[in-house]
Design a protein around this ligand. Sequence first.
Ligand code: FMN
Ligand code: SF4
Ligand code: SF4
Length: 262
Amino acid sequence: MTENEVEIFVFSGTGNSLALARGIARGLGGGRISRIRADLFDRGDIFSRASLIGFVFPVYFLDLPDPVRTLLERVELPRESRIFAVGTMGRMAGPALDEVRKILRTKDRDLAWAFEQTMPGNSVLFPTSPAKRPSVLAESERRAEDIARHIREGQPVREDRSRLWEYPAREFMRWNYTGMHRIGQKAAVEGKCTGCGTCVNVCPLDNITQGQGSIPRWEDNCADCFACLHWCPANAVQVGTFKVNPEDQYTHPKVKMGDLAH
Ligand SMILES: Cc1cc2nc3c(=O)[nH]c(=O)nc-3n(C[C@H](O)[C@H](O)[C@H](O)COP(=O)(O)O)c2cc1C
Ligand code: SF4
Ligand code: SF4
């Protein structure tokens, strides 16, 4: 397949979804990766001309990241295109992929393929231990090939079998973690910040501003992606009252900071 035939929209804070999307594109024989970032939303119309269109994103609180929801609502998709979605997660995707279907149905479209993929968790609340990360990553590389094969062979796959209890679980998470939600507004720099600007560069929503070499400032438009926290070389970004140790910081080993930076 060519770059023009396949387009994969990716939202990613710590690289899992980007690495998986790249693996899927490789398995499909090529494809354009379009990052879901502030600059995408700055365009007037958002559309794709590809015949195979994918959405790859992390699950947040058993739901979609806000920018993914906004993109799905806004993007214009060719009528004859086939669509797949992959939710990457630490443990449980809940009804996140179901949300994708619901939004697509408002456009008279549906998912031909829906995949859930376990990857190292970056939520800080339920981290994947450093010792477990290599095996989880190796498995996800195999799965990228597998996902691409299912798509190439045209076999429909539906892994989003959300159980009924996951809907109240999602409501509970929304309620219980409200204080933690919108982490970016709570990021404290704790006297460790060197003013390097990495957080400013990796933020997909341009939510962090900084004067020359000074301490950065978090604005109100945060997607909770935790990129600023995990990529900070000084471990200076904290989540409210949670203590995030350097060993809890995680980024996908095959994704470089420059791959996510503006
Ligand atoms: C705010 C937040 C909420 C999360 N919620 C969930 C969740 O409900 N279920 C889950 O399995 N993983 C959850 N995770 C883990 C991520 O979905 C997972 O690590 C994902 O692969 C990260 O993708 P990325 O590296 O592309 O950003 C959450 C992560 C964050 C930052
Ligand atoms: S990445 Fe960390 S050290 Fe660098 S400016 Fe941001 S908070 Fe400061
Ligand atoms: S402020 Fe931090 S957590 Fe919020 S969107 Fe930007 S990088 Fe992600």
